[in-house]
Design a protein around this ligand. Structure first.
Ligand code: ACO
Length: 428
């Protein structure tokens, strides 16, 4: 047990226990700070705040380590599939063959959305962003399962989790087809998880989409690499909502909203838009980088930088290799990739980026793969949401299973006007 931390306030010394994680990271347990001292901590954007103790994912941002349930991301990317990785995250262990078959069976069982949900899709205007539809439809999907509204029950949770992982893919494909004015395509039992998603996206009622294994593998890898990432904005949102005892589907729907922003899941879309803009301007990236460094118009090199990774993002290294391989197999030469490579090489040598420890993140290359597959840019963040679903579910489960969990409720330092009398409207 580490020595307690001492904090001196108003001339008095208070002791607080130090907690240590299994990987040696230390935190000062300040849960009774306010009760003891009358003070709170101030940590806007939570850069130094541990909001929970979790057993799901470990990141060492300095060393570029990412592990799901202790297993390095590189090993999972090499040997696992998205569905097995989802099982690992949610249930804490890799599935045996029997467990894999059972879980895959549940994914197939729940792959159809309720037929009435088609009427919900009808209500969206054409051109509605698929992330808006996805968030709304995940919440709506919960309405078709009476038991989801009840208390957390481990006996039915496996079914709810499988239903959500399976249906997010169906809803995502339907949202895309709706936004394009295309007829929705039903899933097929014979397809594996990622194959089925591509089928629902790109098949037509009169012709099945040709599934290229290089494309299926690359997309499955993107799902796997995005499957969890510790206490990021969307996962914290899911835990926050879950802490109020809201149901799994409502909590996941909130996660989709948090993911949508360009500083989070929206970055892969923003990367492609940035590369296209550079290309339209006839720039090779150098003029754009100058603007970024001068903070001209708040331009940022999208796909660079990370709150946690300060040396490299291990997912970016895996995905860069996968991107090269997939484009090679498909025989695609994308000029945007040339711009991306030039930007990366220049930025990695530039003092601005070196001093601020800014390196490519996973989104720098995932957008190029998705573009090559034919996924439209508005769907990029939706792909991220499909991938992140197991992580949200695993974190939801952790909150639901922690017996002493209290509702998440941060405090604030109030800086508004001090007490003022109410002035009647005729005297203002
Ligand atoms: N391009 C240019 N400058 C940057 C970038 C960037 N991509 N990222 C950070 N900086 C600069 C900031 O302007 C700041 O500069 P200053 O010290 O002169 O003020 C400094 O680096 C520190 O940046 P912060 O914003 O404090 O870093 P923070 O940890 O809060 O933000 C974030 C991390 C949001 C990822 C940021 O790097 C960013 O906006 N990147 C671009 C968007 C992106 O790629 N997001 C995807 C994240 S990964 C994911 O969600 C899967």
């Amino acid at each position: 047990m580490a020595n307690p931390a001492k904090v001196e306030v108003d001339g008095k010394v208070f002791e607080f226990p130090v907690i240590e994680g299994t990987e040696g990271e230390k935190g000062i347990d300040v849960r009774d700070l306010r009760a003891k001292t009358g003070y709170i901590t101030y940590d806007e954007a939570y850069g130094n705040t541990g909001s929970c103790q979790s057993k799901v994912t470990f990141i060492d941002g300095e060393k570029g380590i990412l592990r799901y349930r202790g297993i390095p991301i590189e090993e999972l990317a090499h040997g696992s599939t998205f569905v097995q990785t989802a099982y690992l995250l949610i249930f804490g262990k890799l599935p045996t063959e029997a467990e894999r078959q059972h879980f895959s069976g549940l994914l197939t069982k729940y792959q159809m959305i309720h037929e009435d949900m088609k009427f919900h899709f009808e209500g969206f205007p054409s051109g509605a962003h698929p992330m808006a539809m996805l968030s709304a439809m995940i919440n709506a999907a919960g309405c078709f399962i009476p038991e989801v509204m009840g208390r957390y029950d481990p006996a039915v949770f496996e079914h709810q989790a499988a239903r959500l992982i399976s249906q997010v893919r169906t809803l995502a494909a339907y949202a895309y087809r709706k936004s394009m004015g295309l007829p929705s395509i039903y899933p097929k039992r014979k397809y594996m998880y990622t194959e089925n998603f591509l089928h629902m996206m790109f098949s037509e009622p009169d012709e099945d989409y040709h599934l290229n294994p290089a494309v299926v593998d690359a997309l499955d890898l993107i799902f796997l690499l995005h499957a969890d990432h510790e206490q990021n904005c969307s996962t914290s949102t899911v835990r926050m909502v879950a802490s109020s005892k809201a149901n799994l589907f409502a909590s996941a729907s909130a996660g989709v909203c948090a993911l949508w922003g360009p500083l989070h899941g929206g970055a892969n879309q923003a990367v492609i838009e940035m590369l296209e803009e550079i290309q339209i301007q006839g720039d090779d990236g150098s003029r754009f980088l100058e603007r970024v460094k001068q903070k001209d118009g708040h331009a940022k090199l999208m796909g660079f930088g990370h709150r946690v990774y300060k040396n490299f993002d291990p997912r970016a290294q895996i995905i860069k290799k996968a991107c090269d391989e997939m484009l090679g197999k498909l025989g695609i030469h994308d000029p945007l990739l040339d711009i991306a490579l030039k930007l990366e090489a220049t930025a990695l040598k530039d003092p601005y980026f070196i001093e601020r420890k800014l390196y490519p993140n996973v989104d720098f290359y995932s957008g190029i793969i998705l573009k090559a597959i034919g996924i439209p840019t508005e769907m990029f963040t939706v792909i991220f949401a499909i991938g992140r679903m197991p992580g949200w579910i695993a974190n939801y489960k952790e909150v639901a299973e922690s017996g002493d969990s209290r509702i998440y409720r941060p405090r604030q330092i109030y800086q508004g006007p001090i007490q003022n009398p109410y002035v009647p409207i005729e005297q203002r």
